[in-house]
Design a protein around this ligand. Sequence first.
Ligand SMILES: [Zn+2]
Length: 97
Amino acid sequence: MQPQQDEMKPKTKLMKKDMIPPDRNQCQAEVPNGNTFMTLGGVPSLVRCSNKATHILKEKVAAKDGLKGSMSVCGRCLTKFIEQRTGDLRRYGIEKL
Ligand SMILES: [Zn+2]
């Protein structure tokens, strides 16, 4: 049986992001750049965390596009991630580097 057309075409953006292999040297999380709307000349945005990676986060269940995402994080970002995902932490595997 042929898969449906929609299933054949995963969302390109999602796929590209998921295809980036985890960087075992540098944390791949995005963190605020430290500027706020009060910082003159500064634009608040997200920049890639510059800390050394200590763990790899892995999705245990594939997303709708059939891909399992994984990314490296540092200790600080791992703590943040756990705080934010307490409800569905079981969906992720945490591997120490
Ligand atoms: Zn980090």
